[in-house]
Ligand binder design. Structure first.
Ligand code: ATP
Length: 578
């Protein structure tokens, strides 16, 4: 496994990465495939379990000092030189004098078990126990194994393998056909658990995936909206009646209730139950066996009850005194979908039916609201409702096909968002991921002067450069962004980044910014949608400006896709030709 990691780190090509991963899976006994999947992602369980491996650098250095021949000063010196404790571990283990005659060979099972033990140890005396666990592993591992064990434990494994690459590799390995990825993807969308998908397909082939059903308590990958820029376009796209709804600007909550126990997941599927004790209290009062609801939580003014900007919700992201934050920053809970009720999966029901059920639920507690809607087929009514929504402080509308089912993980035209900005040249702000930077000069010394941003090419699983942004930042934001990017710095351009630019610094794609711009143009330097419009040219954003919003609710693969860029470009062209 460590050798596969080494090979992955050396490659610059996604197809090779896929091949190495598939080869690793082929050589993996099926009873450990689940663990291998989590480990290659630097985890021991899916994110929604909320397990932190996070061992501090200080603790690791202590163990290295104890269990290898390297002195404290030398460890520090190597750490400063390489900036990577995994590398320091490799060096110190290479210098180690073998004290025991027989080394126990490391197995995946043992490493995984030790990681579990480390993660579950807390409280008094836990530091010593963790040190002992890690020292045990280090005494039996090779230098290369040590390197990756430490990188995993300190949270910097970063093999650059995206969910889609794993699904591709699994489908090649266990079904001999990459096009079967869609079945695996469906299973992943409703379980959010790659390890489980892998275990089932490895043991039982595609048939095994039928065992994956919605489970209350396991988050589902959320359904998303496509964008269009006018009521006319929407009318043309949707056949039949639509539900027009306010697009509220808050935090999306996926609420799972089981026997009066509530768990809440964010858009990124992290467990955020602790941020919303008030929502849990409401849910626990509702008489149902189990259910999964979706809602937008919006901060509201204490006196007037009017909506406040989403930033106000940030006060709830704290560990202590959450009760006080709940009192000072009240919210309204605005239901907009129901996915599951009393052991029944509702994803195949039409939205019309789901909304009827949701109405009944919302009546069970006066502190629950259902998002305002208007049913129509008429373009003028859409325009009027949009104005009304904006007047009331909303971002715009989400327009839903009343006959549409719930499509987990999909961004399609069953939901369409319509925003005010659509009336300007660009239909919408874009969410772009930071992949590189230039150092700042003058007033921006010690910060970054410009950031290189990318869109996501879903098919190839690559981040392609789309624009460089240097405007729209306050001094504080520049400082903050500089700080948060430090942990993402990598030596060379990331394997899944495609860019022809020469940058001072490259990053692991991680931080997502919301960007507005004037229009999309063809570009000889940027690589988004290369060759799609003109040979050797890509597409780029003109006059990009940071809107002030860091989208920490989005993962890098959730940023604007090359497909969305292409349809936006097409829309602009149509406007010009009119
Ligand atoms: P954006 O960048 O516009 O906030 P997004 O990429 O987070 O959008 P979209 O699919 O574009 O997600 O838009 C849907 C989001 O809008 C949902 O994730 C949800 O948080 C929010 N939302 C607000 N009101 C509604 C509503 N009535 N129905 C569905 N989603 C809503």
């Amino acid at each position: 496994m460590a050798q596969a990691y080494e090979d992955m780190e050396k490659t610059r090509k996604r197809l090779e990465l896929l091949e190495i991963l598939a080869e690793l899976f082929r050589n993996t006994p099926v009873n450990v495939i689940e663990r291998i999947i989590y480990l290659t992602q630097g985890k021991i369980k899916p994110d929604f379990f909320g397990i932190e491996l996070g061992m501090s650098d200080k603790l690791v250095m202590k163990v290295l000092e104890k269990s290898t021949a390297m002195s404290k000063d030398k460890i520090m010196e190597e750490y400063k030189r390489t900036g990577d404790l995994g590398e320091v571990t490799r060096i110190s283990l290479s210098n180690k004098v073998q004290t025991t005659l027989v080394r126990d060979k490391l197995t995946v099972e043992r490493v995984y078990q030790t990681f579990e033990d480390i993660a579950s140890t807390s409280g008094h005396g836990s530091v010593e126990i963790k040190i002992a666990h890690l020292a045990g592993l280090l005494s039996d591992c090779t230098p290369i194994e040590g390197k990756y064990i430490i990188r995993t434990l300190t949270g910097i494994l970063r093999l650059g393998i995206a969910d889609y690459t794993v699904l591709d590799a699994l489908s090649v390995t266990y079904t001999n056909d990459k096009s079967n990825r869609k079945y695996l993807e469906r299973a992943y969308n409703i379980s959010s658990d790659l390890g489980r998908v892998a275990r089932l397909v490895a043991n039982k082939g595609l048939k095994g995936l039928e065992e994956i059903n919605i489970v209350v308590g396991n988050p589902i990958r959320p359904m998303l909206a496509e964008r269009l820029s006018s009521s006319q376009e929407i009318i043309k796209k949707v056949d039949g009646k639509m539900s027009l709804e306010y697009k509220l600007d808050g935090e999306r909550l996926q609420i799972h209730v089981n026997n009066k126990q509530t768990e809440i997941f964010s858009r990124k599927l992290e467990n955020i139950t602790n941020h919303y004790p008030d929502v849990c209290a409401i849910m626990n009062e509702i008489e149902v066996k189990n259910m999964i609801l979706e809602a937008e939580a919006v901060a509201i003014d204490k006196q007037t009850k009017s909506y406040l900007p989403f930033q106000e919700l940030m006060h709830r992201r704290r560990k202590y005194n959450i009760e006080e934050a709940v009192k000072n920053y009240p919210i309204s809970v605005n239901l907009f979908d129901i996915i599951y009720l009393d052991d029944q999966d509702l994803t195949d029901s039409s939205y019309e039916e789901r909304r009827k059920i949701l109405m009944k639920i919302s009546k069970k507690n006066r502190r629950l609201e259902i998002i305002k809607n208007n049913i129509t087929q008429d373009a003028n009514e859409i325009d009027d409702f949009l104005e009304q929504a904006i007047e009331e402080g909303c971002e715009g509308l989400v327009i839903k096909d009343l006959q549409g089912n719930y499509r987990a993980g999909a961004r399609e035209y069953l939901w369409i968002k319509l925003k005010r900005e659509y009336k300007s040249e660009m239909a919408d702000t874009l969410d772009l991921v930071i992949i590189g930077a230039m150092y700042g000069k003058g007033k921006r010394v010690n910060k970054y002067g410009a950031l290189l941003l990318a869109v996501y090419d879903k098919k190839q699983d690559m981040f392609r450069s789309f624009c460089k942004v240097g405007t729209g930042f306050s001094d504080e934001q520049l400082h903050k962004i500089h700080q948060v990017l430090q942990k993402d710095i990598i030596k060379n351009k990331h394997v899944r980044v495609d860019s022809k630019m020469d940058m001072d610094v490259w990053f692991e794609p991680n931080i997502v910014l919301e960007i507005s711009g004037s229009e999309i143009t063809i570009s000889p330097i940027h690589t988004a949608n290369k060759d799609e419009v003109r040979k050797n040219f890509g597409l780029a954003l003109r006059f990009p400006i940071f809107t002030g919003r860091i989208r920490d609710d989005k993962k890098p693969q959730d940023v604007t896709s090359t497909e969305e860029i292409m349809s936006e470009y097409g829309r602009q062209l149509k406007k010009i030709s009119k």
